[in-house]
Design a protein around this ligand. Structure first.
Ligand code: GLN
Length: 439
């Protein structure tokens, strides 16, 4: 029963959210909506998400719910309309439970940059849950919802999915409409699902994907049905492994890849991945400049407070940095150079996909740090070394749990060519089955 499920998650939230701090605002109409969905099920008219409870990252606009980006800048802002992804969820009868905590304006990798306090990792309470979709991942891991939406600009769905022991998918750029989603970097952002299993993530992908008149970057391409993966060529690369700071992560990843290969009767092939060591340096100038531009609307007059007066330390760094490097006197030196490097990385990824169906690699180069231990910006940025390439290449990538290292959940990452979400999800599904059998 939908009502029972909603009551259950609300009870979980009531009992545990004070501690975990994954949810910032509840939807006061969740139970009423659950009753309406229940009625539709009885009448045989319910949509694909009937019975599923949903949490949204707080940068996704929902009519009449707070959309704060976990920032003082938008502290009192309520959504005035539904983002395309929200409209689709409502049309398919998903019940929205509430709005998730996050790193302020999706800037961060640990969930510690929220103006409303950090989120705890439900599986490892001493450790960060990852970010920036920290609350979305923690909400799934803590049983506060079935599926959460996050956004991924450089890894913000995959990184917290990995640290919280759940599944996360970053769609290809252009697969999901960004209309109604507050920008971090408009040329890289994508909305995608975090869930307890691949099936739920695939279901949400079916719902939110597709062309929208509101977002000209979206294309009309249905996601083909997910088949069982078989006889694939799985690409691996020493160029990734040598950037990994923790041998245990490399070992666990390799073991996991071998299991997937055995299970699907697939080959493993070593490929060259030139320039991936430049991913972080390429990503940040793009993000700084695009974020600076996106924040100019928060001028304290129409909506929100004046950005520089109310924002946190990391977002301020980006805005000041973005302002500086986009100045005319630099002649586009940083941004334009970064665009060139982006193209090189994109070409490297695309050329690898000429030889292999998917790439498999670690999600983060290090284990999640202790919550509250002060780490510098450079170390924080390093979390995304393996996730950024998919954003720069515009392709799709997902994470599935691989196991534990010293009580920290660790996920393995799968990358597939742009608009090959069917291949991605099928490989994720096989990897997941391996794990279930191992338990
Ligand atoms: N950690 C990265 C950053 O801070 C990624 C953010 C994201 O994907 N939203 O920019």
């Amino acid at each position: 029963m939908v009502v029972d499920r909603v009551e259950q998650v609300l009870k979980n939230i009531e009992e545990k959210n004070d501690d975990i701090n994954a949810i910032l605002h509840l939807n006061p109409d969740a139970l009423t909506q659950a009753k309406q969905v229940q009625k539709k099920i009885k009448e045989g008219k319910a949509g694909k998400l009937a019975g599923k409870t949903i949490v949204l990252k707080s940068c996704i606009s929902v009519a009449d719910l707070p959309v704060t980006c976990a920032s003082k800048v938008l502290e009192n802002h309520k959504g005035t309309f539904d983002a395309d992804v929200v409209r689709r969820i409502k049309e398919e009868d998903g019940v929205i439970i509430g709005m998730a905590n996050m790193d302020e304006f999706a800037s961060g990798s640990s969930g510690e940059n929220s103006a409303f306090g950090p989120t705890k990792n439900p599986l490892a309470p001493d450790l960060i849950p990852g970010g920036s979709s920290s609350g979305s991942a923690a909400a799934v891991a803590a049983g506060f919802c079935d599926i959460a939406l996050g956004t991924d600009t450089g890894g913000s769905i995959r990184n917290p999915a990995s640290h919280c022991g759940i599944v996360g998918v970053k769609p290809s750029y252009g697969r999901v409409s960004r209309y109604g989603v507050l920008d971090l970097s408009m040329s890289l952002d994508q909305v995608g699902p975090l869930a307890a299993n691949t099936q739920d993530a695939a279901l949400m992908m079916q719902v939110i994907s597709g062309h929208s008149q509101n977002d000209p970057t979206t294309i009309k391409k249905p996601i083909p049905k997910v088949k069982k993966a078989g006889k694939l060529t799985i690409g691996v690369s020493e160029d990734f492994y040598k950037l990994c700071e923790d041998d245990r992560i490399v070992e666990l990843t390799k073991q996991n890849i071998q299991e997937v290969a055995d299970k699907t009767d697939s080959k493993i092939k070593e490929v060259k991945m030139p320039y991936v060591d430049l991913a972080i340096q390429t990503y940040y100038p793009l993000v700084y400049v695009e974020f600076f531009s996106a924040t100019r609307k928060y001028d304290g007059r129409r909506f929100g407070k004046k950005f520089e007066e109310a924002c946190g330390e990391e977002t301020l760094r980006r805005v000041l940095g973005g302002n500086e490097i986009s100045k005319a006197e630099h002649g586009g030196m940083y941004y334009r150079k970064a665009l060139k490097a982006k193209k090189m990385i994109r070409n490297a990824v695309e050329s690898a996909f000429k030889d292999v169906d998917v790439l498999m690699l670690p999600t983060t180069p290090m284990l999640p740090h202790k919550l509250g231990s002060k780490i510098d910006a450079k170390t924080m940025y390093a979390y995304d070394a393996f996730t950024i390439p998919a954003n720069l290449a515009g392709c799709t990538a997902g994470v599935i749990p691989a196991g534990l290292i010293q009580d920290a959940p660790v996920g393995v990452q799968v990358m597939a060519p742009a608009f090959s979400e069917d291949v991605l999800l099928s490989v994720m599904k096989s990897a997941e089955l391996d794990l279930t059998e191992a338990l």
